[in-house]
Design a protein around this ligand. Structure first.
Ligand SMILES: Nc1ncnc2c1ncn2[C@@H]1O[C@H](COP(=O)(O)OP(=O)(O)OP(=O)(O)O)[C@@H](O)[C@H]1O
Ligand SMILES: [Mg+2]
Length: 275
């Protein structure tokens, strides 16, 4: 069975997609069979990983179906797309925006709607060590479907007040869902993403958040603000085995995500040990 982890915050633009993609790439590089499921109709993770594939291999990916058609067929297998060795994606397309309406037509019962995706993931999860979910920053059936299908959540907290509130809201909402549907889910940790690397305001927001959520719940590694990362959503992530494709700025990002992913795995092991 795969470990299934969601990256979340109800504030937009905190780095959910970037971190989900960068950690997925590193998990795959470490030899773990990894699947990223893009449940955001904005398709940012799909874009970033397809660009990465194109950058690394020159291959353009053609699709014969969409996530919506796969969902309608009740079989996600047909849409699974390889990005690189050990890393696959379930990509999304604009028609996925219609998923809530599709579910309303298909199921009377709200629980059946929310659990439909999980029933399909149950059929494919044996092929993977890790399944990573990316969702929109909204209270929606997209997020609910991912939450009930996951084992753990990583909250991505950017060091600004709105992101802090978005994290609080997410945790409260999680509790409501757990009460409503009675399932188990862990908080893997809160991953801080710095808005500015040296700002006092950022530090103050972080300290405030640590007091609120408890320091042990925070990743020790922080994701620094790095200009280079911004390029990856438009140009893909370089292949670090191809010396012609990266420079020292890429190496810095790469090293940072090595450490973040190590801690991600340590935290997962800890949660498993507690069960
Ligand atoms: N560590 C970082 N340093 C600099 N820029 C970053 C960093 N992480 C993310 N970004 C940039 O911030 C923007 C938002 O990031 P991203 O799309 O990952 O956030 P998100 O939480 O998934 O957004 P949404 O809520 O819209 O889904 C992107 O342009 C991304 O390139
Ligand atoms: Mg996103």
């Amino acid at each position: 069975m795969a470990e299934k982890i969601l990256f979340a915050n109800f504030k937009g633009g905190t780095g959910k997609t970037t971190n989900a993609c960068m950690i997925s790439l590193r998990l795959a590089e470490l030899g773990n069979k990894t699947l990223l499921i893009d449940l955001d109709p904005q398709a940012n993770a799909t874009g970033m990983l397809l660009l990465t594939k194109q950058r690394n291999t020159g291959e353009i990916t053609k699709f014969n179906s969409t996530l919506m058609t796969a969902l309608d067929d009740g079989n996600l297998e047909s849409i699974i797309t390889s990005i690189k060795q050990n890393l696959d994606i379930i990509p999304t397309f604009v028609d996925f925006a219609g998923y809530p309406y599709y579910l309303m037509d298909k199921f009377e019962d709200e629980r059946d709607r929310v659990y439909y995706l999980k029933t399909l993931i149950d059929k494919i999860e044996d092929k993977y060590d890790y399944i990573i979910f990316d969702v929109p920053p909204t209270i929606s059936i997209f997020t609910d479907s991912a939450v009930v299908a996951c084992d753990a959540v990583t909250i991505v907290l950017q060091t600004q007040e709105h992101s802090f509130l978005g994290s609080q809201m997410f945790i409260e909402y999680l509790q409501k869902l757990v009460n409503k549907y009675s399932f188990e889910i862990d908080i893997l940790g809160i991953l801080p993403v710095l808005l500015k690397n040296t700002s006092k305001v950022d530090q103050a927001v972080l300290e405030n958040a640590k007091e609120e959520f408890g320091e042990v719940n925070f990743f020790e590694n922080v994701v620094k603000n790095m200009e280079r990362i911004k390029r990856y959503s438009m140009q893909g992530v370089p292949d670090m085995t191809n010396r012609n494709d990266y420079d020292m700025h890429d190496v810095k990002v790469y090293d940072m995500y090595k450490h973040v992913t190590d801690e991600f795995l340590e935290r997962l092991n800890r949660i498993e040990g507690e069960q």
